[in-house]
Design a protein around this ligand. Sequence first.
Ligand code: SAM
Length: 152
Amino acid sequence: MRVTIAAIGKAKPGILRDLYRHYAERSRWPVVLKEMEVKAKLPAPEMMAREAALLLEAVPSGARLVALDERGRDLSSADLAATLGGWRDGGTGDIAFVIGGADGLDENVRRQADLLLAFGRATWPHMMVRGMLAEQLYRAQQILAGHPYHRE
Ligand SMILES: C[S@@+](CC[C@H](N)C(=O)[O-])C[C@H]1O[C@@H](n2cnc3c(N)ncnc32)[C@H](O)[C@@H]1O
């Protein structure tokens, strides 16, 4: 199964980029990170709409879409693994995760998502969410493989 992560912002060298890479490089599923940004100062609703267009453009056609959003479902790692494993076993070839910018995700993206996924109700910096997501993807693969990396 191929994974696309479409994310607002371009990571600078530093600990958050290293955190993301640390886990993304361990993934058995190939992961492509697509970074994008709108180079304009716009009011939040317009910015979110422009960002939404870029994010959705980066999603491979036919992909399952997971939108990272603090208002989403707070799944356990085991439940996330089961969801991803179910999609994989059902023939899904591509999964795309989208991560918003400072203003969050436009309703248009949230509406189109197969799953709105929350890492708790706290608001995390978008660059940190990439690393957290990469770790959860790695953990999901270990769970599906029956590896003791994850312990209940
Ligand atoms: C700084 S947050 C944006 C916060 C924005 N005020 C909002 O209401 O969504 C940037 C992005 O990081 C991701 N994010 C932040 N906290 C999250 C959480 N608890 N769960 C899932 N994703 C989160 C989301 O994709 C969000 O669009």
